[in-house]
Design a protein around this ligand. Structure first.
Ligand code: BV8
Ligand code: ZN
Length: 253
């Protein structure tokens, strides 16, 4: 399924673009999504593992999940969808990339300004003294990592269910959604709030909301257009439309 004539004309003319991505944009890199059928963690719901209470009750199990995910990240790389968004950032005059993903693939794909609503799996910190830690995971005995300074439990620097999103980051995303002409919604089931409210903010402010997903989602009835297909195929097509009317690097400083 390709982009409609209306969608193409908006891609060609939009001066301000806001993008929200979810796990689906990393699926073709080999990163399992949250609510897909695959994956040995599919027996758990994300809400059961990605919350502070679960962590306090069973830090080893939660770290087993994050260690598995960090190990997956060692063997994956950005796919054409990540690379296309990085190029869009360079040619669109006002471009904002907001992600729910914690996998660092947008940065590795060349995006320079990434608003991470749910944190980043590469960062961790001590829950007692908040000392930052990089690249920690389960220790050899399968136990959750402990802080070198105070012995407190170390947690991944991600936003769990019931926790507040980073205020500045969310505000920047909401402001970009409110001012954009075009909102791209890529690879998210649209279940998790307040992230999923961003395309609705854009729509309410008159933007054209273009969804890219392998299937219809909770948000599909509320967007301007849903393109059913793989992000790795559709997003580069979107970039090609944008480049029809923009010289390369027009917006590079
Ligand atoms: C909060 C942790 C304030 C990091 C995650 C209304 C307003 C505010 C809050 C709520 C609300 N209603 C309910 C809530 C509570 C809750 C919530 O939203 N619950 C849901 C389950 C109903 N929200 C919160 O708790 C948030 N905090 O609101 O704070 C507050 C505080 C206290 C009390 C009240 C309010 C915090 C939310 C953050 C949770 N943390 N992750 C980590 O470990 O990753 S969320 C988790 O889900 C991930 O971050 C993930 O990014 C996110 C969303 O999932 P998706 O990215 O969409 O992934 P999914 O697998 O679901 O879908 C993939 C999609 O890709 C599919 O549609 C698939 O078809 C598609 N796809 C697959 N392959 C491809 C593809 N598309 C294209 N191409 C492909 N190849
Ligand atoms: Zn500490």
């Amino acid at each position: 399924m390709t982009i409609s004539a209306k969608g193409i004309s908006v891609l060609e003319s939009a001066a301000s673009v806001c993008v929200l991505t979810g796990a689906g944009i990393s699926a073709e890199s080999g990163v399992p999504t949250f609510r897909g059928k695959e994956g040995l963690w599919s027996k758990f719901k994300p809400e059961e593992l990605a919350n502070f209470r679960a962590f306090i009750n069973n830090p080893d199990l939660v770290w087993e999940w994050y260690t598995y995910r960090k190990n997956v990240m060692k063997d994956v790389k950005p796919n054409p969808a990540h690379l296309a968004l990085a190029e869009m950032e360079r040619i669109v005059e006002d471009f904002t990339l907001v992600t729910q993903n914690v996998d660092n693939l947008h940065q590795r794909g060349g995006s320079r300004n990434v608003y991470e609503l749910h944190g980043n799996i590469e960062r961790s910190y001590c829950i007692d003294c908040r000392r930052p830690e990089q690249n920690v995971m389960l220790d050899e005995q399968g136990k959750a990592p402990r802080c070198k300074s105070c012995g407190g439990l170390i947690r991944p620097d991600v936003v769990w269910f019931g926790e507040l999103l980073p205020y500045e980051t969310f505000q920047m995303g909401a402001a970009a959604a409110a001012r954009c002409d075009l909102f791209l919604l890529i690879g998210t089931s649209g279940i998790v709030y307040p992230a999923a409210s961003l395309p609705l903010v854009a729509r309410d402010h008159g933007a054209y909301v273009l969804e890219v997903n392998q299937e219809y989602t909770d948000l599909s009835s509320r967007v301007s257009e849903t393109i059913v297909g793989k992000a790795g195929v559709i997003v580069p097509e979107m970039l090609a439309s944008m480049k029809n009317t923009r010289k390369r690097g027009t917006n590079s400083e």
